[in-house]
Design a protein around this ligand. Structure first.
Ligand code: SF4
Length: 300
């Protein structure tokens, strides 16, 4: 017996599954080459994300994300734990991140406490082709945005017509959003906060809401959109509810929301008393009830 929420989400799943059968990644080589040229130009004064560090990453200079001019991968594997309509998902975890989330659940990767394995674009493409039986290739991290030029170049070497999932914190610059257009099949966003103050305090990010809302609107126009939201303890009113309202206002039930309850205090969470505990059952029920009330298309 299907969970009623999953049943409600099925029409969107079907659309995504159809998408996967006929990937949108139909850019001809010339257009993709143009995108790559623009992307490498951005690297010389890096503006791939909204930090806009303007460092010359081609020369190996590092900005906030700490990514230079190489592809550093923490791991890759066939992921069976993603949303049901995305698995099996061939997932590549890139090192480092543009955010400094104090409670990061994946902090050894995102904050560079591991040593990545370095690959060339050709090597990465060859690995992706080995997993072409998967439903998609899922670029995640850490965060994939600092690697966007290398990912585009990798795709020129991939022989299989495997759909692309962009699994990200959504702090891409507008120029990066333009590069992703017509390349991505499914945007998988991590919508964390419902206001700028919480984003600044817990992830050290400026101008969070404007950037994240803009990118969700652009992504929705371009491809399928699946939004993840990890409910944080004591942040239902200030973060969860405004996010759900934004989704209701802009996408109604046309985007799938994955409401997640698996928060645990990790990394530096102990320095922030309100998030230094697990999520209470009643907090998650409050979030679920609100999503239901707004008529969202959500899974848990
Ligand atoms: S990707 Fe973002 S954080 Fe990294 S160097 Fe470029 S602008 Fe800075």
């Amino acid at each position: 017996m299907l969970n009623p929420q999953i049943r409600k989400a099925l029409p969107v799943y079907d659309k995504i599954l159809d998408q996967e059968k006929k990937p949108r990644f139909k850019l001809n080589k010339k257009l993709l080459d143009e995108k790559i040229k623009k992307a490498y130009k951005l690297l010389a004064k890096c503006e791939l994300c909204e930090h806009k560090c303007k460092v010359n990453r081609l020369k190996g200079k590092l900005g906030v994300c700490g990514v230079g001019n190489k592809i550093d991968v923490s791991s890759y594997f066939v992921h069976m734990g993603e949303e049901p309509f995305l698995v099996p998902s061939f997932t590549i975890f890139f090192m480092n991140c543009t955010f400094k989330c104090q409670f990061c659940q994946n902090w050894t990767i995102s904050q560079g406490f591991e040593i990545g394995h370095t690959f060339t674009e050709e090597e990465l493409a060859e690995i992706i082709d080995r997993y072409k039986h998967c439903r998609n290739v899922n670029f995640v991290g850490g965060e994939p945005t600092p690697y966007l030029p290398f990912i585009l170049k990798t795709l020129t070497f991939v022989k299989s017509n495997i759909p692309v999932v962009w699994n990200s914190n959504f702090y891409m610059s507008e120029k990066s959003m333009d590069l992703l257009k017509d390349v991505v099949d499914v945007y998988l966003s991590d919508f964390k906060y419902g206001n700028d103050e919480c984003a600044k305090r817990l992830s050290k990010i400026d101008n969070y809401m404007d950037v994240i809302m803009r990118n969700h609107l652009l992504a929705f126009k371009d491809a399928e959109l699946v939004i993840r939201h990890l409910v944080l303890p004591n942040h239902v009113e200030c973060c969860t509810k405004p996010i759900l309202e934004f989704i209701a206002e802009n996408f109604k039930d046309k985007a799938v929301l994955n409401l997640m309850d698996q928060y645990r205090p990790e990394f530096k969470a102990k320095y922030y008393p309100e998030i230094n505990r697990g999520l209470k059952r009643e907090e998650f029920e409050e979030a679920e009830g609100y999503a239901e009330k707004l008529g969202l298309n959500f899974i848990t």
